[in-house]
Design a protein around this ligand. Structure first.
Ligand code: PEP
Length: 255
């Protein structure tokens, strides 16, 4: 069975004290939960302070980075390498649409990053999604072209560690999520594509999340769909109470 995962992508938000308060609240709020994995993705500079806070929390509460360079080290001012992350983080978000849009990241670069993350034992949380709403042809082109390109030359034994996220770009930060049924149909097709690229068994082991305007009010619309294994939460992950409620509802539903 695939264990549901709820990720909180804080993006470029929080001061050090905000981050400490938020991480402490989440740690305490999810302490008693079972059956769910919770991953916090703070900004790079707060990774260590948040690591120190959640280290004393439940083992299913872990840390991820929002991005990384694919090289181990070098003259790349401002960049962060997998070696810097690997002792603190279990996960790293790669291919987020904001990286694609504002930093011109292309599938080839994301593929290099995915390979590097896996090589270093980090689980990549790979975001894939179409730009335009209700254009089924475009949705398929974007998502499945991205999927094949970012997973190019990644062997079967490594891919199982990856987590995919179906994030329609039109739903991110807009307050207009996809419907659960539509998201599930895209996730199902992603899994079918994985089955063709690898095999059925491998495809059935990879977690695929939904992301895009998830709140405490709509989370179950997504996670009640058999195909969807959790959510990557942006804006709502900055609100401790609501984020904890999302984690609780998902944990409760696994019972
Ligand atoms: C995201 O950035 O991954 C995201 C899903 O954002 P939001 O929840 O704010 O739409």
């Amino acid at each position: 069975m695939r264990r549901p995962l709820i990720g909180g992508n804080w993006k470029m938000n929080t001061t050090l004290s905000d981050a400490s308060v938020l991480a402490t609240a989440v740690k305490n709020g999810v302490a008693e939960l079972e059956g769910v994995e919770v991953v916090l993705f703070p900004p790079f500079v707060w990774l260590y302070p948040v690591f120190e806070i959640i280290e004393k929390g439940p083992s299913f509460l872990t840390l991820g980075a929002q991005n990384m360079h694919f090289l181990d080290e070098g003259a790349y001012t401002g960049e962060i390498s997998p070696l810097m992350l690997k002792n603190m983080c279990q996960y790293v978000i790669l291919g987020h649409s904001e990286r694609r849009t504002y930093f011109n990241e292309k599938n080839e670069l994301i593929n290099d990053k995915v390979k590097s993350a896996l090589h270093h034992g980090l689980s990549p949380v790979i975001c894939l999604g179409e730009y335009k709403k209700e254009d089924k042809v475009e949705a398929k082109n974007d998502v499945f072209v991205q999927l094949k390109a970012v997973l190019k030359d990644i062997p079967k034994d490594l891919i199982k560690k990856a987590v995919l996220v179906y994030e329609p770009v039109w739903a991110i930060g807009t307050g207009k999520p996809a419907s659960g049924v539509y998201a599930a149909s895209m996730v199902l097709q992603m899994r079918q594509t994985l089955a063709k690229m690898y095999n059925l068994e491998t495809a059935s082991q990879i977690r695929i999340l939904y992301g895009g305007s998830v709140t405490a009010d709509n989370i179950l619309e997504f996670t009640s769909q058999r195909e969807i294994d959790g959510a990557l939460v942006g804006g709502t992950s900055l609100k401790a109470k609501e984020f904890i409620s999302i984690c609780r509802q998902v944990a409760q539903a696994t019972k």
